[in-house]
Design a protein around this ligand. Structure first.
Ligand code: GDP
Length: 366
């Protein structure tokens, strides 16, 4: 499954958010499949009203949502790139994740220590950014040294091209910028693919605000929003304490009431999950049979055989064709046969680019 790593300075509300994630994972366990992975990894279902609607129509034996994993990456402090506070170990954990959820403290509470003094979300963000940039710089510098040798001795054209990209990355980092803003092409990224660079990973920010600012944000979250505008990154305003409380409620009616007391339509966690999903450029297609209605995660732009491969590699290897019904048509005509009778079931081949919400049925050779 895809993983998002939760990072941030100490005492910003990371663990609180992580508890909300893992509690709701546990709460789902009665209805859904659940696997405990590691103490710092929580897997959650991606909520999707379309899946529920399909299940209502098909009445399958089971419903299997798609999932996303959150990893609690604690222990990032100022100086982590130089090994402070087990920094290197934690930085290595970030290499493994697909995206970063950066939690920023936007609440005041004199009982909760902030080492750097008064609340300052922009400076908090920069402290973490700097650590990640220094770590990337270290990786890049090592590779530059290696590649320079190759470029000299062999006169290797590939090494020379790589060196050019690496040096551009180096200069960018030295200016205190994150690599995701450099806009490298897919080809150019090959030069750094083996380094699993940290500041290249897509990021979204959680502004952890006080209860009173849930709907409006506050001066801290607004400062953060202004600061990340250039990055084109999303800021999710939520209160992690409330999220943790919601996640502990087992009775859906209690949950509903609690949410409405705060004027919320859904937990902030749902917004976070959906945003992470979008950040990773993921979409969902469905399979809908009497045994199982199931959501599958793929990347935007994937063609039918590759999408089929998510179910089983044999589906991809032996792919013949796909029967496709758009979600809206499936709902409008109430069933697969209804959609077929209405002429809304399409037969698509190898070149078909799967659309978000497609209800798919694959034909393949074994
Ligand atoms: P971490 O070090 O980033 O993992 O931070 P924690 O999640 O352990 O939170 C640090 C402290 O801040 C704990 O005592 C939390 O209860 C508290 N805390 C977390 N979120 C909020 C919040 O939104 N408002 C307030 N007032 N306290 C919070």
């Amino acid at each position: 499954a895809l993983q998002a790593g939760i990072v941030g300075l100490p005492n910003v509300g990371k663990s609180t958010l992580f508890n909300a994630v893992s509690n709701s994972a546990k709460a789902q366990a009665s209805n859904y499949r659940f696997c405990t992975i590691e103490p710092n990894v929580g897997q959650v279902d991606v909520p999707d009203f379309r899946m529920d609607k399909l299940a209502e129509l098909v009445k399958p034996e089971r419903i299997v949502p798609t999932t996303i994993e959150f990893v609690d990456i604690a222990g990032l402090v100022k100086g982590a790139s130089k090994g402070e506070g087990l920094g290197n170990k934690f930085l290595a954990n970030i290499r493994e994740v697909d995206a970063i959820v950066h939690v920023i403290r936007c609440f005041e509470d004199e009982n909760i220590l902030r080492e750097e003094g008064a609340i300052n979300p922009v400076s908090d963000k920069e402290i973490i950014d700097t650590e990640l940039q220094l770590k990337d710089l270290e990786s890049i510098e090592k590779k530059v040294a290696r590649t320079e040798k190759m470029a000299k001795t062999g006169g290797d054209a590939k090494a020379k091209a790589e060196l050019e990209v690496l040096k551009r990355c180096q200069a960018h980092l030295e200016q205190g910028k994150n690599l995701r803003e450099l806009g490298l092409s897919k080809e150019e990224k090959q030069a750094t693919a083996d380094l699993f660079l940290l500041t290249e990973k897509p990021v979204l920010y959680v502004a952890n605000v006080d209860e009173g600012s849930l709907h409006t944000g506050n001066k801290f979250s607004q400062a953060l929003e202004a600061a990340v505008k250039a990055e084109n990154a999303q800021v999710i305003v939520m209160n992690n304490t409330i999220e943790a409380q919601i996640s502990e409620m087992e009775d859906p009616a209690d949950k509903e009431m609690f949410l409405s007391e705060y004027g919320l339509k859904e937990p902030g966690l749902n917004r976070l999950i959906h945003s992470a999903y979008r950040l990773l450029d993921l979409i969902t297609y469905f399979t809908a049979g009497v045994q199982e209605v199931r959501a599958w995660t793929i990347h935007t732009g994937w063609k039918a055989p590759q999408a089929a491969g998510v179910i089983h590699s044999d589906f991809e290897k032996g792919f013949i064709k796909a029967e496709v019904i758009a979600y809206d048509d499936f709902v409008k005509y109430g069933s697969e046969s209804g959609a077929r009778d209405a002429g809304r079931l399409r037969i698509e081949g190898k070149e078909y680019v799967v659309a978000d919400g497609d209800v798919m049925h694959f034909r393949f050779n074994v």
